[in-house]
Design a protein around this ligand. Structure first.
Ligand code: AMP
Length: 138
């Protein structure tokens, strides 16, 4: 399986479609998931191409996980969460829908289930939630 540079996250990285950006560094980019399964659900991606964990370089994996940890702390603080769930899917059979490596970071509250997938966010609400996370990140 090869990398398709027309995938939606590659287009976000090139600025061809909009995203609610939360953070970036030299190697990674973070933005809100448009179909959030929890308030504050965001996605961490490498800036360089790879489909998923299976073809990622050690450098891409390391950079992503360092940013995942940073975002885990940030979303927990922004939403007063007691925990955080990190999800990452590989190939269609593994549940992957967008074929650019990404980590889901989901703040979690005791006893609150994730929402079912597939419901588009209200963009004003998404921006408010992003503002809370950006405020924590400074
Ligand atoms: P998966 O590949 O199964 O990890 O799922 C892809 C995720 O990307 C889903 O949670 C979608 O809601 C999310 N998603 C798809 N398109 C966009 C987009 N344009 N901006 C932000 N998130 C997106």
């Amino acid at each position: 399986m090869s990398y398709d540079s027309d995938n939606i996250f590659a287009k976000i990285l090139r600025g061809e479609i909009p995203s609610e950006k939360l953070y970036e560094d030299e190697s990674t980019y973070v933005f809100m998931d448009i179909m959030p399964r929890a308030d504050g659900h965001c996605l961490v991606i490498p800036k360089t191409p790879c489909r998923n964990m299976l073809d990622a370089s050690p450098e891409q994996l390391t950079a992503c996980l360092v940013t995942v940890q940073k975002m885990g702390h940030a979303v927990m603080q922004a939403f007063g969460a007691e925990g955080v769930t990190v999800q990452q899917f590989n190939e269609a059979a593994g549940g992957q829908e967008v074929f650019h490596l990404h980590y889901h970071v989901l703040p979690r509250h005791d006893g609150v289930k994730l929402r079912p997938p597939g419901t588009m966010a209200d963009f004003a609400v998404l921006k408010d939630q992003a503002d809370k996370i950006r405020a924590v990140l400074g």
